[in-house]
Unconditional design. Structure first.
Length: 72
């Protein structure tokens, strides 16, 4: 009887626990941590600033060198 309990435990319960453990870890890894959200927000703000700078530079180039786009 004890042998049967050990066999059932090793063939059914232990693999089930392992699978459920990794499912839980997988779901947790899909969520953003507070640091991840802060980093994404910083990257978004920096990309917006960069876009504004590029737009400004293009306006300056358009004023000073009207044909600069054709040379690229």
């Amino acid at each position: 009887m004890a042998d049967l309990a050990i066999i059932l435990c090793l063939t059914i319960i232990v693999p089930l626990v392992v699978v459920l453990h990794f499912i839980t870890k997988w779901k947790q890894s899909r969520e953003f941590s507070g640091d991840d959200e802060k980093m994404l927000e910083d990257m978004y703000v920096k990309s917006q600033r960069m876009e504004e700078r590029i737009t400004t530079l293009e306006k300056i180039l358009d004023d000073e060198l009207p044909d600069w786009r054709k040379k690229i």
